[in-house]
Design a protein around this ligand. Structure first.
Ligand SMILES: *[C@@H]1O[C@H](CO)[C@@H](O)[C@H](O)[C@H]1NC(C)=O
Ligand SMILES: *[C@@H]1O[C@H](CO)[C@@H](O)[C@H](O)[C@H]1NC(C)=O
Length: 506
C-alpha cells in the first residue's frame, strides 16, 4: 500500500494523529516498507518511535530497527520497556519464547550494532544507554532455535570486539587523512565518537571466557561500553573469575552468581576481596562452592573468619545463597557481622544444626526475610522445633518458602500449620520431595486456603499413591480449589515453574 505512495512520510505523520487508536497491525504495514520509513525519519514525531520499534521488532525488520535506533530521540532505549504490553498491542514480546531469528540480542548485536557504530559520530545521536537487561532466560524448554543468556553473551561480546576493531581502523584512517601531504601543522583533533553504555546481564563459562575477557578489556576505549548488571559464571577457574570481575564496571553490578566453581574456602578467600568494589551489589550467590566447615583446621578457621569479614563489607547485600555447602553450626559466625538485614537467604542442603536455626530466628535478618530456602535440611527431627520458631518470626515478611526434600511427613507438617498459616503474605510454597500422603496434601491445601496471596504450591507425589493414581489425586486437589473459589492458586508437581522465581521479581 505504502509502496505506491510517493509521500509515505505523510502517511506516517497522518497515522500519528490517530496513534492512540491505531492498532499495531497498521504499524506493521508501515515498517514493512523500509525506504518509506527511512525517507520519513526526520518527520517522525518522537512519540511514535516506541510503537514503530515494537512493530519493526515483531516483524524482524532489521533495517528499520537500525534506522530507528540510529536516530533514537531519547537518551535510553530499554528492550524490557519497549517490548512489553502497550496501548497498541497487548503482546509482551519478551515473555514469548525468544528464538534466534528475532532474539533481541541476536538481531541487534550482529546486524545492527556493527553497522550503527560504523557511521559514528552521528550528528543526531541522542542515545546514551542501550538497556538489554532482563531478557527472558529460564533455561528450560529451550528448543534448538532459542538463544540462551550464554549465547547472547558470546554474540554481544563478539559484536563489541568487531566494533572496537572497526573503530580503531576508522580512527587511523581519519588521522591519516587529516595529516595528509598538504596539511598545515595545526590540525583539528578527530571528532570524538559518542559512546553508548550497553547494560547487560552476562553468563560465562570456560568456553566463552576468552571472548568475553577481550570484549571487557576493550571497554574503556570503545564506543560501546558494556556495563554488566547480573554476572553469572559457571565452572570457571578462580583466576579466570577474578580476571573478569576486575573488568566489570564497579557501580553497575547488582548480582554476582558463581556456581559449580568448587571454590572452597581457599578459593573464596581469593575472590571475595574483588567484590568489595561493587558498591551496589545486592545479591551474592555461591551455591556448590564446596565450603565445608566440619572439622576445620586452624588455618581454615582463619579462612572462615576472613570470608565472614569480607561478606560484611558488602554494605548493600540483600540476598545470599550458600546452597550445598556444609555450614553446620557456623551460621552465626557467617552472618552475624553483616551490616544490614538480608531479604533472601538460600541455605539448601547445608547440613544445618538446631543452633543455626536458633541463631537465625533471633537474628536481624528474620523479620525482613522475603525469601527463605531451607530445602534438603532434615527438618523432621531436631530441627523441627527451631524451624517452627523461625517461621513464626519470619511470618510477617515471608513471600517465598522452599522446604523441599526436608523429610517432612504429615505429622511434622501438622505441627508447622500454626506458624505457616501466620505467613499471610506468602505467595509461594515449595514442599516437593517430602514424604507426604494424599491425605496430608489435602490437609495442607485446606489449611493454606486462608493465605490470600498464595499463587503457587509445588507438591510431592504422595507416598501412598502409585504413579497411575496421581492424576486422580491432582484432580481431587483441583476440585477442592474450585469449591473454595481459589482457582487462582496453582498446585503442581512440575518443578519447571520453580526456575523462574527470582528475588528481584518478588
Ligand atoms: C559452556 O556453556 C555452553 C552453553 O551451555 C556449552 O555448550 C559448553 O559446553 C559449556 N562449556 C563447558 C566447558 O562446559
Ligand atoms: C533425619 O531425621 C530422621 C529422624 O526423624 C532420622 O531418622 C534420619 O536418619 C535423619 N536423616 C539424616 C540424613 O540425618
Amino acid at each position: 500500500m505504502l509502496q505506491c505512495v510517493p509521500g509515505g512520510r505523510y502517511i506516517i505523520v497522518f497515522l500519528f494523529s490517530f496513534s492512540g487508536s491505531v492498532k499495531l497491525g497498521l504499524w506493521l504495514a508501515v515498517v514493512s516498507h523500509h525506504s518509506t520509513v527511512h525517507g520519513a525519519l526526520e518527520f517522525i514525531p518522537k512519540e511514535l518511535y516506541p510503537v514503530l520499534f515494537k512493530a519493526a521488532f515483531m516483524d524482524k525488520r532489521t533495517l528499520v530497527l537500525q534506522d530507528l535506533v540510529q536516530t533514537w530521540p531519547f537518551p535510553v532505549l530499554s528492550f524490557q520497556k519497549l517490548l512489553r504490553k502497550c496501548q497498541h498491542c497487548d503482546r509482551a514480546l519478551l515473555q514469548e519464547k525468544p528464538n534466534k531469528l528475532c532474539d533481541p540480542i541476536g538481531l541487534f548485536s550482529l546486524s545492527f550494532l556493527c553497522s550503527f557504530f560504523l557511521v559514528f559520530p552521528s550528528k543526531r545521536q541522542c542515545l546514551q544507554v542501550l538497556d538489554m537487561t532482563g531478557l527472558q532466560d529460564d533455561g528450560i524448554d529451550q528448543g534448538p532455535e532459542s538463544m540462551s543468556l550464554w549465547s547472547r553473551t558470546v554474540t554481544l561480546a563478539k559484536a563489541c570486539i568487531d566494533v572496537s576493531k572497526h573503530q580503531s581502523k576508522c580512527t587511523k584512517r581519519t588521522s591519516k587523512r587529516r595529516k595528509g601531504p598538504y596539511s598545515s601543522s595545526v590540525t583539528l583533533p578527530p571528532p570524538q565518537p559518542v559512546s553508548v553504555e550497553v547494560h547487560v546481564d552476562l553468563f560465562v563459562n570456560s568456553t566463552s571466557y576468552g571472548v568475553l575477557k577481550d570484549a571487557l578489556q576493550n571497554n574503556a576505549n570503545s564506543v560501546l561500553r558494556l556495563k554488566c548488571r547480573d554476572f553469572r559464571a559457571e565452572e570457571l577457574p578462580i583466576a579466570s573469575t577474578v580476571g573478569l570481575l576486575e573488568f566489570l564496571d564497579p557501580t553497575g553490578v547488582r548480582q554476582v552468581d558463581l556456581r559449580f566453581n568448587n571454590l572452597g574456602l581457599s578459593g573464596l578467600r581469593v575472590i571475595l576481596p574483588h567484590m568489595a568494589k561493587f558498591t551496589n551489589l545486592v545479591s551474592l550467590k555461591l551455591p556448590y562452592s564446596n565450603i565445608d566447615v566440619r572439622r576445620l583446621s586452624a588455618g581454615m578457621e582463619g579462612s572462615l573468619h576472613y570470608f565472614a569479614t569480607q561478606l560484611s563489607r558488602l554494605s548493600c547485600l540483600k540476598e545470599l545463597n550458600l546452597g550445598s555447602s556444609r555450614l553446620s553450626g557456623k551460621l552465626r559466625q557467617l552472618l552475624g557481622d553483616l551490616q544490614g538485614p538480608l531479604e533472601s537467604l538460600e541455605l539448601a542442603f547445608c547440613y544445618l544444626l538446631p543452633n543455626d536455626l536458633a541463631y537465625l530466628s533471633q537474628s536481624l535478618h528474620t523479620p525482613t526475610l522475603k525469601k527463605l530456602d531451607l530445602s534438603g535440611n532434615n527438618l523432621s527431627d531436631s530441627l523441627l522445633q527451631p524451624f517452627q520458631h523461625l517461621l513464626e518470626e519470619a511470618s510477617s515478611s515471608l513471600l517465598h518458602l522452599d522446604i523441599m526434600e526436608c523429610r517432612l511427613m504429615d505429622i511434622h507438617l501438622e505441627s508447622l500449620f500454626p506458624a505457616l498459616c501466620r505467613c499471610s503474605q506468602l505467595r509461594y510454597l515449595g514442599v516437593f520431595g517430602n514424604p507426604l500422603s494424599a491425605r496430608g496434601l489435602k490437609n495442607l491445601l485446606q489449611r493454606t486456603m486462608g493465605l490470600l496471596y498464595l499463587q503457587l504450591v509445588i507438591y510431592p507425589y504422595p507416598v501412598d499413591c502409585y504413579s497411575e493414581n496421581l492424576p486422580w489425586v491432582s484432580a481431587e486437589l483441583q476440585q477442592m480449589l474450585l469449591t473454595a473459589s481459589r482457582t487462582d492458586v496453582v498446585w503442581t508437581t512440575n518443578l519447571c515453574r520453580h526456575n523462574t522465581l527470582d528475588y528481584f521479581n518478588l
